[in-house]
Design a protein around this ligand. Structure first.
Ligand code: GLN
Length: 307
């Protein structure tokens, strides 16, 4: 029998709503994120053949934060190709997303593109490759992928910049190893703005659609990335997409995922569907507490874990 996705998402929403606000904590390193109400939960999916289902606060826009790292890497693969890997590794870090420790040992080469150092290194490549249009190009790529014009929340972008001491340190540290081509402030402007993009679960489920269809655009005939690049993006999401909880996510959920401290998590079932869940209270690793629980319920109910 085909799965009734709408019923499954409604069931997850009904089961988890009573737990809202009980565990985890809304990110509070900047006021605009600290203000987000903890009692939100949304979930949405889009199948490879374009069927959509959604439940809860699935149309409410939230700060995508580190989920943007998925799209900036996609843009870098389009513009720079495999040269991206000259200065960025592909290993899980096992450390918090904003850590500097491995950067010293590995001489300014970030462990992977989904921790802050890696995404800042990607932004550096993008500034070179886009003739300084990286910010608009990221927004345009995401807008084309989800079919809506997405926006940057200027208040979030400005507070990211005003409070981003660690990210400034990370960028300068990489620069000190000569592993950075552009002006640090210019690159960080791209990074802070991409983190501040606002999207809903429905939009993110659509935008990640190319990852479940071998790189094919969710709406248009053309490819976003090659089949090989899509496979590799999924592999990186599985091993590095949820920071130092990637092992736990693989164990409990078993899907390529990318999370952000805004409480969103994008997940992919290759060849089948892409989905996004959002609930703002996050755990110590920076992953949405109920988001992870929702994904666990989703794979238990659908048996769609890749394992
Ligand atoms: N803006 C956050 C930072 O740079 C993004 C981190 C995240 O979502 N994990 O620290």
């Amino acid at each position: 029998m085909p799965l009734d996705y709408q019923a499954i998402l409604d069931e997850i929403n009904d089961a988890l709503r009573p737990e809202l606000g009980q565990e985890g904590k809304v990110a509070d390193y900047i006021p605009a994120l600290a203000r987000v109400p903890a009692d939100r939960f949304g979930i949405a999916l889009r199948t490879c053949d374009g069927f959509e289902a959604a439940s809860g606060d699935s149309n409410e826009a939230f700060s995508i934060q580190s989920i943007s790292k998925l799209f900036s890497l996609t843009l870098a693969l389009q513009r720079v190709g495999d040269q991206v890997w000259d200065r960025i590794g592909r290993e899980p870090s096992g450390n918090p997303f904003n850590s500097l420790v491995q950067l010293e040992r590995e001489e300014g080469v970030p462990r992977n593109p989904f921790i802050n150092a890696g995404a800042i290194a990607v932004a550096d490549r993008l500034v070179s490759a886009t003739k300084s249009h990286a910010k608009t190009d990221i927004v345009e790529l995401i807008s084309s992928l989800c079919g809506d014009k997405v926006m940057i929340d200027q208040e979030v972008a400005q507070s990211e910049a005003a409070n981003g001491y660690r990210n400034v340190a990370v960028a300068n540290f990489m620069k000190s190893f000569d592993k950075f081509d552009n002006n640090v402030a210019q690159v960080l402007d791209v990074y802070f703005n991409q983190c501040a993009i606002q999207m809903s679960c429905v939009q993110l489920a659509r935008a990640a659609g190319f990852l479940c269809r071998d790189g094919g655009h969710p709406y248009r005939g053309k490819s976003v990335v090659s089949e090989r690049q899509a496979r590799r993006l999924n592999a990186l999401m599985l091993t590095c997409g949820t920071y130092d909880s990637a092992g736990e996510f693989a164990f409990l959920v078993g899907l390529p995922c990318k999370s952000g401290v805004g409480g969103g998590i994008v997940a992919v079932v290759p060849e089948t569907l892409s989905l996004c869940v959002w609930s703002p209270a996050i755990d110590e690793s920076g992953n949405s507490h109920l988001g992870r629980k929702a994904l666990e319920m989703f794979v238990a109910r659908t048996r769609l874990s890749i394992f």
